[in-house]
Design a protein around this ligand. Structure first.
Ligand SMILES: [Zn+2]
Length: 104
């Protein structure tokens, strides 16, 4: 806009420039939609402990003394009991090893 303002002027210039940009099909096709559609939040029912367990991995964090970089968080949706484990790699194999070793 500043580049256009430095060289040109006409009545309602900024409005017509904005309108011109909005009508460009090439740019419109490449841009993301302003409001991405989201599903409404819903309530989900959990009947008993360990009926639904949710997991998430946070990080990367600075490397710990024991050589871990991520935190694996496991929560039981019914009791809200949370357990956190330090893991080295953010991957399925590491996640499975950590979950299996914690249950035994
Ligand atoms: Zn364009």
């Amino acid at each position: 806009m500043d580049k256009i303002k430095s060289n040109f002027y006409w009545y309602k210039m900024s409005e017509s420039v904005k309108s011109w940009i909005k009508q460009c099909s090439f740019c419109g096709g490449r841009k993301r939609p302003a409001n991405t559609p989201k599903a409404p939040l819903q309530e989900y029912c959990v009947g008993y402990p360990l009926d639904r367990v949710v997991i998430d991995i946070t990080g990367p964090f600075p490397l710990s003394e024991s050589g871990n970089k991520y935190i694996l968080v496991v929560m039981d949706s019914f009791t809200k009991f949370v357990e956190a484990y330090a893991i080295l790699i953010k991957g399925r194999k590491q996640l499975l090893i950590r979950l299996c070793s914690s249950s035994s």
